[in-house]
Ligand binder design. Structure first.
Ligand SMILES: O=C(O)CCC(=O)C(=O)O
Length: 323
């Protein structure tokens, strides 16, 4: 069983974020520490937005500069790890000629700025939130994915989906999967203001309604939908099985770091979702030598847990190979 982390002390600047709850109100008796409050919001709504002030060590100018350089390499064909138009799910080809909407493997050792991205991924405060949101200890965390979602080169959107439940699933299959713990936390850290992610709050706890099932996959007005609006520096954690989509504006800069971290408690559940992105192929080579000591130890441990997950799971296949 997961161990719930002990309540930590309150960061001085914390004010619980309630502006992004579906009805704009806080719960009747919010938990008294920020980590528990974040988890309660995530459990209730399927997503939670955390203010930039909680993560003072995120260096936005440095991250933006590294993100811009890597995105240029990706658009011009010298960074092969990309999400290409018009494909929604992995695997993606390495040819950017039809345009891209994402840049993969920010921490790949061949990226000259890999350490800049890794410092935000292994940030001590971020990891505290991740452990609290998963419901495990920091000792149990597993390195997973760190990618970036960028302005597409042409008009593009993702269909409504749950990351780990196919659209053909019956009500019973949906409910059975949703009843299981997710064993990971997934987040978007916006380097520029971003309003691309659209969710149906609360849909992570129930099967799709008849309307949702019958809706066009690209339905522009799903009942109850909400745009998750992020200011630069804000972090949205969301349940990856919430009903959601991405709606992108090719005219508006987007560089949003898109991460996930898992736990050794749930590695079998998570293996396909993570390893289908190809991270297992390079994580073994990661040395973290230019990190400070505390971060290096955390990172090494989390990397070992990922390598072990790959070793145990063998060939894992893809969620939706041709789409
Ligand atoms: O663009 C986003 O923020 C959502 C991305 C998404 O839904 C996905 O990668 O499955």
């Amino acid at each position: 069983m997961a161990t719930i982390v002990e309540p930590p002390t309150l960061p001085p600047s914390y004010t619980p974020n309630t502006s992004n709850t579906p009805n704009g109100t806080s719960s009747p008796s919010p938990p008294s520490n920020p980590y528990a409050a974040a988890r309660a919001a995530l459990d209730r709504d399927g997503f939670v937005v955390l203010p930039a002030s909680l993560f003072p060590t995120f260096d936005l100018p440095t991250l933006r500069s590294a993100a811009t350089t890597l995105t240029t390499s990706a658009r011009t064909g010298s960074w092969p790890y990309i999400r290409t138009l018009p494909k929604q799910f992995p695997p993606w080809p390495s040819d950017p000629s039809s345009g891209i909407w994402g840049v993969q493997h920010l921490m790949h050792p061949s990226n000259p700025s890999h350490a800049t991205f890794a410092r935000s991924y292994f940030d001590a405060e971020l990891l505290r939130y991740v452990a609290a949101l998963i419901g495990c200890t920091e000792e149990d965390l597993t390195m997973e994915l760190y990618n970036m979602l960028v302005r597409p080169d042409a008009a593009f959107s993702l269909r409504w989906h749950r990351d780990d439940i196919p659209p053909e699933a019956t009500d019973e299959e949906e409910l059975a999967r949703l009843a299981k713990p997710g064993w990971h936390a997934q987040w978007n850290l916006a380097l520029y203001d971003d309003a691309s992610l659209v969710v149906v709050p609360g849909s992570h706890k129930r099967a799709r309604t008849a309307t949702e099932r019958a809706a066009d996959p690209y339905e522009a007005n799903m009942p109850g939908q909400m745009v998750v609006e992020l200011k630069a520096g804000e972090v949205a954690f969301y349940n990856n099985n919430i009903l959601h989509r991405g709606v992108y504006d090719p005219e508006r800069e987007r560089m949003t770091l898109h991460g996930s971290i898992g736990t050794t408690l749930g590695s079998a559940e998570r293996a396909r979702n993570v390893l289908q992105h190809g991270v297992g192929e390079w994580a073994k080579e990661y040395d973290f030598e230019d990190f400070d000591e505390g971060m290096r130890e955390r990172a090494k441990k989390m990397r070992e847990a990922l390598v072990e997950m790959g070793r145990k799971s063998g060939d894992i296949g893809y969620y939706s190979k041709d789409e």
